[in-house]
Design a protein around this ligand. Sequence first.
Ligand SMILES: Cc1cc2nc3c(=O)[nH]c(=O)nc-3n(C[C@H](O)[C@H](O)[C@H](O)COP(=O)(O)OP(=O)(O)OC[C@H]3O[C@@H](n4cnc5c(N)ncnc54)[C@H](O)[C@@H]3O)c2cc1C
Length: 388
Amino acid sequence: MSDIALPVSSWMDEELTMLEDACRQFYERECVPHYEEWEAQGSFSRDLWLKAGEMGLLGAEVPEEYGGLGGSFAHDAVIAYQGNLAGIDGWGGGLHNSIVIPYLIHYGSEDQKMRLLPRMISGDLIGAIAMTEPGAGSDLQNIKTSAIKDGNHYKISGSKTFITNGALANMIIVAAKTDPKAGGRGISLFLVETDGLDGFRRGRNLDKLGMKSNDTSELFFDDMRVPASALLGPEEGKGFAQMMDQLPQERLLIGVYAMARIERALRHTVDYVKERSAFGHKIAEFQNTQFALAECSTEATIAKTFLDACIAEHLEGKLTTEKASMAKYWLTDLQAKIIDRCLQLFGGYGVMSEYPMERMYRDNRIERIYAGTNEIMKLVIARGLLKD
Ligand SMILES: Cc1cc2nc3c(=O)[nH]c(=O)nc-3n(C[C@H](O)[C@H](O)[C@H](O)COP(=O)(O)OP(=O)(O)OC[C@H]3O[C@@H](n4cnc5c(N)ncnc54)[C@H](O)[C@@H]3O)c2cc1C
């Protein structure tokens, strides 16, 4: 693919550049040749997770005392960006690395970290986070799954839906109400190891518009008993605050996905318009093509500059929830617009599945919905702006 010369990230260094090269080779070698098969079966292979673990692509943010690289979100951003640039859009490694593992790092007890993190780094444990329920998505405070203390155990009952990695995950963070009357303050998070766990049931691997290689599933908890030590954090009722604290990184990750896909769409399109001819001219020679690509490239440059500034702020612990929400909503909106414009330049081939834009068009749609819909992002931004 053509290089489209986007700005180089200020936070990159020599080590991260080496990681970038290693990722590129890994995705090309281990993922690209199998991608169609994973799309057809509706999930990645278990083996891929283990290979990613061997390559050091899982748990890069984990401190060295728990077997990790002691890296930062910069490492995970590189791993996620290169995956999406290579078209491995559906892999839930980003969620495992940048969403699930940080809960353990930030709120896990010493015992939970020692027990779970090394196996999450190796890929023996695959992470998921189960917040959404059939009756509660944006309105998370309204979840109905309950966790009732029963001696040294909690009894968890309820169901979840739309859970990324849901068919393969065996270390699932489950949000449940320990006090149903207390609204958000009654929510607690549990670290649930599902292998051989009574009362845990997976539902359908849901068929969806895009990201078909990612297993997105329903989960059911029928009086599922977990030890009291599965509670995340020192006491009950902290789950909502924990989720709110972790959202900036989750939203930034979605911004990273969006940016990589913008770059990918533009690279493919530049290649295509130089090859394809109409009326005796290359498509690239038409002024409409040049204007469209010039506009997309300008917007991509602005987007990358903004995203890099957000990542740099996040690495210094200074990224606000509002700014992370801006990155999530604006980059995913831009991604949709640029992919649509690029597809148009492919003509009919744009909607053919042998060509890259067709899958990119389908895969990108969910980005404006999950990790908080773009409408919710705007509410968060406005709330910050209007507060006294
Ligand atoms: C492929 C996929 C993967 C997912 N992965 C996960 C996962 O791993 N874990 C997990 O817990 N969840 C996951 N989700 C769930 C996702 O986060 C929710 O779908 C999302 O938060 C929206 O919730 P909802 O679908 O219930 O929509 P609703 O909340 O019902 O929203 C419907 C519409 O109403 C709008 N709306 C809602 N409230 C307001 C408001 N106050 N003001 C203005 N507009 C509003 C929304 O923006 C949306 O347009 C996933 C979803 C999908 C489709």
